[in-house]
Design a protein around this ligand. Structure first.
Ligand code: ZN
Length: 304
């Protein structure tokens, strides 16, 4: 009798632990979903044509990094589909939106493109997608270009000579325009520090950064510049101390395509959203060299 009670009590205790664990993980999942809903509600108030449901379906996850005001930087990593015959690594693409908070379409179009990721054309690449790099600028009562510290994040990357060039350029060329303040030091902001570290972790082979409203394409780095995506034509707008294009494209030799949509508040028509996307995928496939897995494994001395 005693012998049979002890195992029963043990089993009951074990079951209650398992049930408690299940309840904890279920309540964690519920809390995660509620948080996701809250982030999406706040973001999509600002994003033309993006519903809160579409944002929630986009499967963005918190990266662990937060903006100055504590809003999470959300991202989605999407591995490439397996291709048994192809003995090369998929091209890694870093896709960024909303580094300037008042360019609402630049974040919204990245949410639209996240809906196209299941198509085979997208699945040939490995993606790291960050639709809103500057959440504080976007969520400010009146959306603003700069972050909560008043820093233009796209002037805060550590290009060589930043400490002398960036402040001088700001004073002389922009007449100390507060919308273009580069910060007190390169990488002074949590958003740029995180992005810089993320580039080191992910090792992108091409970076796409979406802006508005100049209606052109710009390009920095080692590859032929794109001539046309949809209706957007290539037109180099210049090189700035501390910009992402200058830092990654010219200094780190990772090509950076800057897409400038024609309007910061109104989305392009759906057909144009798709054409820009398709032309971009074609350009990446033709112009970003793949890495051969066998080549990578070979010791340096054997490589020519
Ligand atoms: Zn911009």
């Amino acid at each position: 009798m005693i012998d049979s009670v002890a195992p029963f009590a043990k089993r009951a205790a074990l079951i209650s632990v398992v049930v408690a664990c299940m309840m904890t993980s279920a309540s964690n999942a519920a809390a995660g979903a509620a948080q996701q809903e809250d982030w999406c509600k706040r973001l999509t108030v600002r994003l033309p044509g993006i519903t809160a449901a579409a944002c929630q379906n986009s499967a963005l996850m918190p990266t662990g990094a937060v903006s100055l005001k504590g809003f999470p930087i959300l991202a989605r990593r999407i591995p490439a589909a397996k291709n048994g015959r192809d003995d090369s690594k998929p091209i890694r693409v870093l896709l960024l939106g909303g580094i300037h908070g008042d360019e609402l379409t630049a974040a919204a179009i990245v949410f639209r493109w996240l809906q196209f990721m299941q198509a085979p054309a997208a699945q040939q690449f490995e993606w790291n997608v960050v639709p809103v790099v500057n959440p504080d600028g976007l969520l400010s009562p009146r959306p603003k270009r700069v972050n909560a510290n008043g820093v233009d994040l796209n002037r805060n990357f550590p290009t060589p000579g930043w400490q002398q060039d960036a402040p001088r350029y700001w004073v002389k060329a922009t007449h100390s325009d507060p919308r273009r303040f580069p910060g007190k030091a390169a990488l002074s902001e949590p958003e740029t520090r995180w992005l810089n570290e993320e580039m080191d972790r992910f090792q992108p082979q091409v970076i796409i950064s979406v802006h508005a409203p100049f209606g052109i394409l710009d390009f920095d780095g080692p590859a032929p510049a794109p001539t046309r995506f949809g209706r957007l034509l290539f037109n180099g707008v210049g090189v700035y101390p501390g910009s992402l294009g200058n830092y990654s494209g010219r200094h780190k030799n990772i090509p950076v395509i800057t897409i400038e949509l024609p309007n910061a508040l109104a989305m392009p028509p759906d057909a144009e959203v798709q054409r820009i996307w398709q032309d971009m995928l074609t350009w990446i496939r033709r112009n970003v060299p793949k890495q051969d897995m066998a080549m990578n494994k070979r010791p340096v001395s054997a490589a020519r």
